[in-house]
Design a protein around this ligand. Structure first.
Ligand code: SF4
Ligand code: SF4
Length: 430
């Protein structure tokens, strides 16, 4: 499968809208309630705790079939179990009333790198419940099941508005670097790349200074252009290693993790905490746009209220994540562990026109797909054609929708096609 970073010869400038957000230090928010989901990928979890139990931050609440855990993100009582709307769908949740005491339940810290085994490091990652904080929410331990040559720390954060990873990075760079020696030991990798946008000077400086304190392993700080979709795994691997792959970076010896994931692993290894907080950027039409560190599974409306509320009385939508790849909601929702943004925008229905057949979506697609053809095959429900058009290779970067002059939500249509192809390839009903 080919991949072309910045495929179009036409320079595509996407306004970042984050200059002010990058200058504001993140704040902390401790909501009254959190809503911990009790299913994953459509399957119910095995509940370990019940309504009425007192839990601390980090208490085990439920497990999936693979014993991958979910922990409480606050201390307090489990008040009830109810159906909630999450950023990624409808599911049952434990409603936990926060007592604001911030009582922690800690695991055993790992101790010196020289004294821990690979198995202990792997188990610490798996049973911390750590997921990829870059947006996909993929369980982190699954990336560490094979040896690797390169570890890549992704601090690019290329979506407009989002500034949370940058702000956490400049405040907690030592935690990011604390995770590195353990991950090097686990994977056998020899080289680490810390990748950030060229204009994030303070973060780059922090990373260079920190790398000088750790001369026993080699970290190269790589500056990448301010362009979209530079923060995607494929873009980074292509830019840093000059390699492409079919499904996963490990095919070319690389493991890529978001900077926040590194931070959470650093905390787990050093202090025994589990990752149940997330810094999100709350921006758009809110009175006090800022990045907020909050317990996981906080309501989007509580975060918006904390940021002064909406700055418009006109109808709005709330996007979970960035504007290019996030999902728009018209009703309130619970943010996910991996959510990195809550963005309020005007609810403007730009009426889509019939396709102009201009080909812009094809010429900008970094995966060399033909979104316009995929849409046509989707309309005909022609699964064989969708397979032939590689619809499942879409990386959901949103560029096709962004460039479409007819205001068609092309990427959404490609996502529907992608889901159909994945199902068909698994042998499920078409
Ligand atoms: S979202 Fe559109 S542009 Fe991006 S990879 Fe998918 S089809 Fe291509
Ligand atoms: S960019 Fe929009 S109008 Fe142009 S071919 Fe693609 S879907 Fe059609």
């Amino acid at each position: 499968m080919s991949f072309h970073l910045f495929k179009s010869s036409e320079k595509l400038t996407i306004p970042s809208n984050k200059e002010e957000l990058l200058k504001k230090p993140y704040t902390k928010f401790d909501p009254e309630f959190v809503y911990v989901p009790l299913s994953r990928n459509g399957k119910s979890l095995k509940e370990i705790r019940s309504v009425g139990d007192y839990v601390a931050r980090g208490t085990l609440l439920a497990l999936d079939d693979d014993k991958f855990p979910i922990y409480s993100s606050v201390s307090g009582y489990i008040k009830e179990k109810k159906e909630m709307e999450f950023a990624n769908g409808h599911m049952q949740a434990f409603v936990i009333q926060n007592d604001h005491k911030q009582t922690f339940e800690l695991r055993e810290p790992l101790g010196k790198v020289s004294e821990v085994s690979k198995e202990e490091i792997y188990k610490a990652i798996k049973y911390s419940g750590c997921i990829g904080f870059g947006g996909a929410g993929f369980p982190t331990y699954k990336k560490y099941q094979k040896p690797a040559q390169y570890l890549i720390i992704n601090a690019v954060e290329c979506e407009p508005y989002l500034a949370c990873d940058y702000l956490m990075g400049i405040s907690h760079i030592s935690l990011v670097f604390a995770a590195i020696p353990y991950l090097l030991k686990l994977t056998g990798a020899q080289k680490v790349f810390f990748v950030a946008k060229e204009d994030r000077e303070l973060l780059i400086e922090e990373a260079i200074n920190e790398s000088k304190k750790h001369r026993n392993y080699c970290v190269e700080v790589v500056k990448v252009p301010d362009a979209y979709p530079m923060g995607y795994e494929r873009s980074i691997v292509s830019y840093v290693l000059h390699k492409t792959y079919d499904k996963f970076p490990i095919e070319v010896g690389a493991i890529v993790n978001n900077i926040y994931t590194y931070m959470m692993l650093g905390e787990r290894f050093l202090y025994g905490t589990v990752p149940v907080t997330r810094c999100l950027t709350v921006a758009g039409l809110v009175k006090k746009p800022q990045s907020v560190l909050a317990p996981a599974w906080t309501l989007a409306s509580d975060l918006i209220k904390f940021c002064g509320g909406r700055s418009t009385k006109k109808p709005t939508i709330v996007v979970d994540g960035g504007p290019m790849t996030g999902h728009a909601h018209r009703q309130d929702f619970v943010t996910c562990l991996q959510s990195n943004g809550v963005l309020v925008f005007r609810d403007v229905h730009e009426r889509a026109e019939p396709c102009w057949h201009c080909g812009d979506c094809c010429s900008h697609c970094p995966m060399d797909l033909q979104p316009v053809q995929i849409q046509m095959a989707l309309k005909r429900k022609d699964i064989d054609r969708l397979i032939a058009l590689n619809a499942d290779k879409c990386i959901n970067c949103g560029l096709c929708s962004y460039v479409c002059p007819a205001h068609i939500d092309v990427s959404n249509n490609v996502q529907i096609a992608k889901a159909l192809v994945i199902k068909a390839k698994r042998g499920e009903k078409k």
